[in-house]
Design a protein around this ligand. Structure first.
Ligand code: HEM
Length: 480
């Protein structure tokens, strides 16, 4: 609904000059927890001012739906943070996730969805399964080279390289050797960027601090230009030589290159950034699986339950687990979903592109809207014992949580569970996350037991799927 003349803004604390309410949110170890606590005082919808920027925080499912679904067309913008520009060649509109809504974005989403949202039982799905399993074989060989029995291993770089190869094969029909130094470097830079994007930064709301953070912004720009150079030289330039416009699209890169030739308002820059964005999605999957392995190291029963499923399906390791096995391994999938709930990856903030109204309160154009899905994922009403990591959570036919074991229904269509968001800017990569995530987790557990040399080294931030590039070591012990 558009803003009526006399609509009042949502309540909220009085802002200080310069800082606004940054002092309040700075008191919490994680802003989303802070948003929940402030809701106890101001209600489920309230205003904050960060620096000079007006913000709105929505803290319950109905309000979230009102912003993302019912009034989604008024909230399709993204914050104009300086870091976002630095990451995308000086213009955040080059990015699929950080751009404002536009016709070009609709076009990019349609093109990407066709190729990067493989549906179950489609040929894309079988392709994802084949690529995933072939890369698992290579990962297993790689692990044999780097594992010293009983010794802790920095698994994240290897796991991320595996994910990067799954993504680059799926999207570009290309893979890279694990000891290719340029490849290793871009995998690391993608991971640094994933961490960076998932952190708040003083520059976001106090951009006049830029002179003090020059080194940081130069580093961000260096990561992204290095990645772009790699994609151009090692992927696009190679593929362009062999493009055949008469043949059906072989992969996402084919579709991008052809859209350039057919000149559908696409320019070379657009397709380079699209490919970068989508290959970069692998870091999200790598971090997700690292987190799953961390929870397994903390609670070995979870690992044993996954192994029970994996052993039956694979006839005790006689073959790899494929995507066709997903339905038969509900506990494994439930573990992935529980990581998504427990880590409660924040939804990228939205921005009001016009004056509008939410729940009777006026929202002016340019207001940043924080969608607090952490409050949904940690709700006592929706989840029994929400602070406990517990894949057994499930729903019965009426979406009520029950305690039946062992073969429970997967948590499909739980309205309060929105890890990939809803509405016009919903995540395009969710099927890749489920598919490659499942192949990785199930096959690693099929071959290895996971433990930690010291579980106190496993430090996980609440409300974040991102782990720092250098995180915790794990011990992988081959199963007999
Ligand atoms: C665990 C992994 C992931 C999670 C939890 C996740 C979650 C999300 C969320 C919450 C959003 C914001 C939606 C909104 O603003 O309403 C988003 C956007 C997006 N995601 Fe993901 N995502 C994941 C992995 C991926 C992957 C692997 C890809 C691509 C290969 C991807 C591509 C995108 C894109 C392009 C957008 C922006 C869509 C737009 O703004 O129009 N995501 N994702």
């Amino acid at each position: 609904m558009k803003l009526a003349a006399a609509t009042l803004p949502a309540p909220g604390p009085h802002p200080w000059p310069i800082l606004g309410n940054l002092d309040i949110i700075g008191r919490f170890d994680n802003p989303f927890k802070g948003f929940g606590t402030l809701a106890n005082h101001y209600g489920d919808i309230y205003s904050l001012t960060f620096g000079h920027t007006r913000c709105l925080v929505v803290n319950n499912l109905d309000l979230i739906r009102e912003v993302l679904n019912k009034n989604g067309k008024f909230f399709g913008g993204r914050p104009d943070f300086l870091r976002y520009h630095k990451l995308f060649g000086g213009d955040r509109n080059n990015s699929l996730a950080l751009c404002d809504w536009s016709q070009l974005q609709q076009k990019r989403r349609n093109l990407a969805r066709r190729h990067c949202s493989p549906r179950e039982s489609s040929s894309y799905f079988s392709k994802m399964s084949g690529i995933g399993c072939a890369e698992i074989d290579i990962l297993m060989e790689e692990l044999k080279k780097v594992i010293i029995p009983g010794q802790p291993l920095d698994l994240k770089p290897v796991l991320n390289a595996t994910c990067a190869n799954m993504f680059s094969q799926y999207m570009c029909s290309m893979r890279f050797d694990y000891d290719d130094m340029e490849f290793q470097q871009i995998v690391q830079f993608f991971d640094e960027i994933f961490w960076e994007i998932n952190q708040g930064h003083p520059l976001d709301f106090l951009p006049w601090l830029l002179p003090f953070y020059k080194q940081h912004t130069n580093r961000i720009a260096y990561w992204s230009t290095t990645i772009r150079k790699f994609i151009l030289e090692r992927v696009l330039n190679q593929r362009e030589l062999n493009i055949d416009t008469e043949e059906p699209d072989n992969d996402f890169t084919d579709a991008l290159l052809k859209s350039l030739i057919e000149n559908k308002n696409m320019c070379r820059n657009t397709i380079i950034f699209m490919l970068e964005d989508f290959i970069g999605g692998h870091s999200a999957v790598g971090n997700l699986i690292m987190l799953a392995l961390a929870y397994i190291a903390k609670d070995p029963v979870i690992g044993r339950n996954i192994q029970c499923e994996a052993d039956v399906i694979s006839h005790n390791g006689k073959r790899n687990i494929t995507l066709e096995d997903m339905e038969e391994m509900p506990y494994t999938m439930a573990t992935i979903f529980e990581v998504l709930r427990y880590s409660s990856s924040p939804i990228v903030p939205h921005v009001a592109t016009e004056d509008s109204v939410i729940s009777g309160f006026g929202v002016t154009k340019g207001t940043i809207v924080f969608i607090n899905n952490y409050v949904l994922n940690m709700s006592q009403e929706s989840w029994r014992n929400p602070n406990h990591f517990c894949p057994e959570r499930k729903s019965d036919a009426n979406n009520q949580l029950t305690d039946e074991l062992p073969k429970f229904r997967l948590r499909k269509n739980l309205p309060q569970f929105l890890p990939f968001s809803i509405g016009k800017r919903t995540c395009i990569g969710q099927n890749l996350v489920r598919g490659f995530g499942f192949i990785l987790l199930s096959n690693i557990l099929l071959r290895y037991n996971i433990s930690s040399p010291d579980i106190s080294t496993i430090k996980i931030n609440p409300a974040s799927l991102a782990l720092p590039a250098k995180c915790f070591p794990l011990v992988l012990t081959e199963r007999i």
